[in-house]
Design a protein around this ligand. Structure first.
Ligand code: UDX
Length: 431
């Protein structure tokens, strides 16, 4: 059933949720304080890189189902369903910065004058739905419900993840809210799991913590594989074929990054700690992830030899993973910083994340818009992001351009036999 929906926050989550809900036939208004972003969206341009997103935005703008505004009070007038998708970045102590969520709750409380369902889409600490409810109720203007509906969208495949999810988790306490949110998602064929709001909030943290545990685990197995002469990719295949374990999130490399995993894992650790529980397993998962970056940086230094100071390394890939321009908590960025501390010079290339990388790295990094130019004159090269295009590079040509043919493949993208056949000194992870 068609609903009038508003999405507050037009970032990586909100923009995709808004565009996809419009595609499902709802009337959607996306709200963001940033007028520049809103104007860009109104013209059909996405503020983020996400494959397929601009096409959906443009089609739904054209069909009159998708609108953008910087005024929340205006947007609230007709809203039946209100998604909160504002940022909840990490604070220095690892806890979630909640001020944007609270600001939005106050603004809704001040302006909402009819019944609506308010949905927390941002990843938030357990208990947030209750707090949002309290804030809005404080204004005593109208009846409303607050629902927790965590997202499980991966950057780069966010649209597919939204439209064909494994499940939709809905934390709702009232039958009225359950019915409405069921209607919001009625065109999506996936199990809808109804539960209390605290459990729904916990599902998101528990899912992300489990996935990071899987990655840190396979990275530790990789480090042992290197010592005993085994190949982690083959081991992961053999282990993952057991349906109780599965293949996904079993790719060893530089460790996990991005906008969600580091933030959510720290927040869960912090949540447990502040409630008097020492989550030892998660603590190790975080430590292993930090260590993995150091280990790969050490491989680069070893390849350069004892006199690594002043030498030049080409880094291919700056984004935290492929198919995104996002560099938040990117392993590539962390490793560049580690190498720079050892006075190693960096030449970098990424198909789309360079502009974002420039905002977080110092001016000493030399950026290139061509991977071959980036490789020219380098003493070693490191693959830091799993961009498919790196597999298709002309490595014979790269070998000629480099000062020394040395590759550290931090994502196990290339074949050792082929690289050695071309005359490269090649090091992967866990093999
Ligand atoms: C993640 C969750 O998957 C998603 O459900 C949630 O809603 C948001 O956070 P995202 O951050 O977009 O999504 O990326 P994801 O594909 O999960 O990868 C996260 C990080 O783990 C990346 O740095 C990636 O390179 C790394 N990774 C992933 C591995 O190192 N090995 C793997 O096997 C999988």
């Amino acid at each position: 059933m068609k609903k009038s929906i508003i999405i507050i926050g037009s970032g990586y989550v909100g923009t995709v949720v808004g565009a996809c809900l419009a595609k499902l036939g709802h009337q959607v208004t996306c709200v963001d304080k940033d007028e520049k972003k809103i104007n860009k969206l109104r013209r059909g341009f996405s503020p983020i890189y996400e494959p397929g997103l601009e096409e959906i935005i443009r089609a739904n703008l054209f069909q009159g189902r998708l609108h953008f505004t910087a005024s929340l009070p205006d947007a609230l007038k007709k809203a039946e369903v209100i998604f909160i998708a504002v940022g909840t970045p990490s604070r220095t102590d690892g806890s979630c910065e909640m001020k944007y969520v609270w600001q939005v709750a106050h603004e809704i409380g001040r302006n909402l004058e009819h019944y609506a369902v308010i949905i927390d889409k941002s990843t938030v600490p357990v208990g947030t739905a209750g707090k949002v409810k309290k804030i809005i109720a404080g204004y005593k203007k109208t009846e409303f419900d607050v629902v927790s509906n965590p997202e499980f969208q991966r950057e780069g495949s966010s649209i597919k993840d939204f439209l064909t999810p494994d499940r939709i988790v809905i934390g709702a306490d009232s039958p009225r809210a359950k019915k409405i949110i069921g209607e919001v998602y009625d065109k999506i064929k996936a199990p809808k799991l109804f539960m209390d709001t605290a459990s729904a909030e916990m599902v998101k943290y528990a899912a992300n913590a489990f996935l990071t545990t899987k990655i840190s685990y396979i990275n530790e197995i990789a480090n042992i594989c290197e010592r005993v002469g085994a190949d982690v990719d083959v081991v992961a295949e053999g282990v993952g074929m057991d349906r109780r374990i599965g293949y996904s999130f079993m790719k060893a490399g530089l460790g996990w990054g991005g906008s969600c995993f580091p933030k959510d894992v720290k927040a869960l650790h912090n949540l447990a700690f502040s409630d008097g529980y020492d989550f030892k397993l998660l603590k190790s998962v975080i430590l292993v992830n930090q260590q993995q970056r150091e280990l790969v940086a050490d491989k680069v230094k070893r390849m350069l030899g004892q006199k690594f100071k002043g030498k030049t390394v080409t880094v291919l890939g700056l984004a935290f993973k492929n198919n995104t321009d996002d560099v938040r908590e990117s392993p590539a960025i962390d490793i560049i910083k580690i190498l720079q501390k050892s006075k190693i010079k960096i030449q970098a290339y990424d198909p789309i994340a360079t502009e974002n990388a420039k905002k977080v790295l110092n001016h000493k990094v030399k950026y290139f818009s061509d991977p071959y130019k980036a490789a020219s004159g380098a003493d070693a090269l490191m693959i830091a992001t799993e961009w498919a295009e790196f597999c298709d590079l002309n490595w014979k040509r790269i070998k000629k351009l480099m000062k020394a043919p040395k590759v550290v493949d931090g994502r196990n993208l290339l074949e050792r036999a082929e690289m050695e056949g071309l005359g490269f000194e090649y090091v992967g992870v866990g093999k």
